[in-house]
Design a protein around this ligand. Sequence first.
Ligand SMILES: C[S@@+](CC[C@H](N)C(=O)[O-])C[C@H]1O[C@@H](n2cnc3c(N)ncnc32)[C@H](O)[C@@H]1O
Length: 256
Amino acid sequence: MTFAVAGAAYDRFMGRYLPTLAPAFADVAGVTAGQRALDVGCGPGGLTGELVARLGAEAVSAVDPSPPFVEACRARHPGVDVRQGVAEELPFADDAFDVTLASLVVSFMRDADAGAREMARVTTPGGTVGACMWDGGRDGMPMLDAFWRAASTLDPTITGERHLRGRSEGELAELLTAAGLTDVEEGSIAARAAYDSFEDLWEPFTFGVGPAGAYVARIDADRRDALRRACRVELGEPDGPFELEARAWYARGRVG
Ligand SMILES: C[S@@+](CC[C@H](N)C(=O)[O-])C[C@H]1O[C@@H](n2cnc3c(N)ncnc32)[C@H](O)[C@@H]1O
């Protein structure tokens, strides 16, 4: 599993985008007080925290297959019902939630169609199911885009992550429509992260998080150093602090 890492490692790699991504996603999903919500593939709990702020911990549940992420999410959000499990077989009853969301998860589901059907099953009729994923197009998510472009300059056989499910416009809406959701709406949301330096961006790639982290872990030290240098070039050789803006596709639909 490429997400069997500590919550703190995820925070430095991807979690730093969540303080801007999660509120934007909760807004387009229409998360408002009084609802019961489920965070599918919650990771260490970036979106979970936004749901707790809007709904209260007792109204929020979360699920993830990664034991360290389940542990981190529980520790960070006391009172939230955090379970270990996968989207394809959600450990929750039918119609249990008003809103069921998956942030940056569809690409990693073993069977995204089954995952979307399960998200609909646990959501009450009239409720909302939503998903978001980074835009896999050029500069959609500059951190990952720069990394994989650098990797492919060193090894042209590398395809990176952009082919993964949900990274192209229209794919998330198709997924939700195929799962039987109605009034499916799609759009994009923006997120951003600040870095102290290029090293602040690069070091978390060595923590083994996600497909990029798994790739770095299996190449030798010389290749890793070449990749680090190529990645810095792809990002315009930043000198000192900088910020990156990223775009995610989202889709939301209604049950019943
Ligand atoms: C990029 S992280 C996103 C975490 C969190 N939702 C966020 O937005 O920060 C992807 C997450 O999907 C989880 N995951 C992988 N396969 C999954 C599956 N089949 N069902 C549910 N979650 C899964 C991973 O353990 C990981 O926590």
